[in-house]
Design a binder for this molecule. Structure first.
Ligand SMILES: NC(=O)c1ccc[n+]([C@@H]2O[C@H](COP(=O)([O-])OP(=O)(O)OC[C@H]3O[C@@H](n4cnc5c(N)ncnc54)[C@H](OP(=O)(O)O)[C@@H]3O)[C@@H](O)[C@H]2O)c1
Length: 316
C-alpha cells in the first residue's frame, strides 16, 4: 500500500482509507472487514459520532482484543457536529452544532465508544451556519492540550467556510472530506467550465479543490464508488452517463487486468492534489480489489475518457 502525508501533519496514512459508516452489526463480519483492510495495508479508519448512533464506533472497538497492539499503528478519525431530531428534547430539530459544549461532549462520547484515549483526527461533519469560529477554536485547543485529539479538519466545507474557521485557529486544518468520485466530480467540473458555452451550468464549489491543494489540506473523497454504480452495480433507473461510465470502467479494467474498483479509485488517485478515497465497502474481496488502485498509474488519456463518460458530454 502506498502511503501519504495527511495534511500538514507528520502522520503517514494509507492512500485509501476504510469508512466505517456501514460496519456490520455482526461482530464476526465487522472484524473480517477491518482485518481485510489492515491486511491490505489500510491504516486510516473513518468514523462519525452519528454512524449507527454511535454503534459503529462501539463495534470497531472490538478490534483492540482481536489485534493486540493495534492502536498505535492506526490512524483513527471521527467526526462531530450533526445532531438528530428529537435529541435532547422531542421538539429538537435535525441540526448542525459547532458549539464548544457539543464538540467536547461528542469527542468524549467517541473516545468512550472507541475505547481509546485519543483521536488522531477530528472533522467537523457538515458546516454549521451558526458557527462561531472562536468558540470552535477554544474547543479544538482544549481537546488538543488534553491530548484527546491530535489534529483537526472539516467535511463538506467550501473554501470560504474553511477560511473563516482557519483564521480563528492557531493550527492548520488538515483535511476536508467531500463527496467526490466519477459520478460526483463537481470539484473538477468547475475547473473546466469557466470559459465555456453555454454559460457555466450550475456547479457546486468555489475553488474548494484548489484552496485545499494550495493550503496543504488533504481532500478525502467520500462515497467514491457511488454505492458500486461505477463498478456495475447499476440501479434500474441508471442514467445513460452512469451506464457509459460503468462500461468504460469495465473496459479499462479488462484491458489492464485489474479490478473495476481499482480503475474507479485510480481515477481519484491520479489527481495531482493527492486525493484520498474513503471506501465504504465492507466486503473483504471488494476491500482488497479497491486497494489494487494504488498500483494503477492511470494515463492522461484514460483519465479523460472516464471524465468525459461520467459527465455525459465532451469537455469544452
Ligand atoms: N463526510 C460525509 O458527509 C460522509 C457521507 C457519507 C459517507 N462518508 C464516509 O465515506 C465512506 C464511504 O461512503 P459509502 O459507503 O457511501 O461509499 P461507496 O464506496 O460509494 O459505497 C459503498 C456501498 O456500496 C456497496 N457496493 C460497492 N460496490 C458494490 C458492488 N459492486 N455491488 C454491490 N454493492 C456494492 C457496498 O456494499 P458492500 O459492503 O456489500 O460492498 C456499500 O454498501 C463512509 O463509510 C463514511 O466513512 C462520509
Amino acid at each position: 500500500m502506498e502511503m501519504m502525508q495527511l495534511g500538514k501533519t507528520p502522520l503517514k496514512v494509507s492512500r485509501i482509507a476504510l469508512g466505517c459508516m456501514r460496519l456490520s452489526e455482526n461482530k464476526a463480519d465487522a472484524m473480517a472487514s477491518i482485518k481485510a483492510a489492515l491486511d491490505a495495508g489500510i491504516n486510516l479508519f473513518d468514523h462519525a459520532d452519528i454512524y449507527g448512533r454511535g454503534a459503529r464506533e462501539t463495534m470497531f472497538a472490538n478490534i483492540w482484543d482481536e489485534v493486540p497492539g493495534l492502536r498505535s499503528r492506526i490512524i483513527l478519525q471521527s467526526k462531530c457536529g450533526i445532531r438528530s431530531a428529537g435529541s435532547p428534547e422531542p421538539s429538537s430539530p435535525h441540526r448542525y452544532d459547532f458549539s464548544y459544549e457539543h464538540i467536547v461532549r461528542s469527542v468524549e462520547g467517541s473516545l468512550s465508544r472507541l475505547k481509546t484515549d485519543y483521536l488522531d483526527v477530528l472533522l467537523l461533519h457538515r458546516p454549521d451556519v451558526l458557527m462561531e469560529p472562536a468558540e470552535v477554536a477554544r474547543a479544538f485547543d482544549e481537546l488538543r492540550r488534553a491530548g484527546k485529539v491530535r489534529y483537526f479538519g472539516v467535511s463538506n466545507h467550501t473554501s470560504h467556510q474553511m477560511a473563516v474557521l482557519q483564521q480563528a485557529l492557531d493550527q492548520p486544518l488538515v483535511a476536508n472530506q467531500l463527496l467526490l468520485g466519477l459520478l460526483h466530480s463537481e470539484l473538477f467540473e468547475q475547473g473546466v467550465r469557466l470559459s465555456s458555452r453555454p454559460v457555466m451550468r450550475n456547479v457546486r464549489g468555489d475553488g474548494t479543490l484548489e484552496h485545499c491543494w494550495l493550503n496543504g489540506v488533504t481532500i478525502q473523497a467520500w462515497s467514491p464508488l457511488s454505492s458500486g454504480a461505477v463498478t456495475g452495480n447499476l440501479p434500474a433507473s441508471a442514467e445513460p452517463h452512469v451506464v457509459q461510465t460503468a462500461e468504460v470502467v469495465a473496459e479499462l479494467a479488462a484491458a489492464r487486468g485489474v479490478s473495476k474498483e481499482a480503475i474507479a479509485l485510480g481515477w481519484l488517485l491520479r489527481h495531482p492534489a493527492g486525493i484520498l478515497p474513503i471506501i465504504g465497502t465492507m466486503n473483504p474481496a471488494r476491500i482488497r480489489a479497491s486497494c489494487e488502485a494504488t498500483e494503477v498509474q492511470m494515463s492522461r488519456e484514460e483519465w479523460y475518457r472516464l471524465f468525459i463518460a461520467s459527465r455525459g458530454e465532451d469537455i469544452p
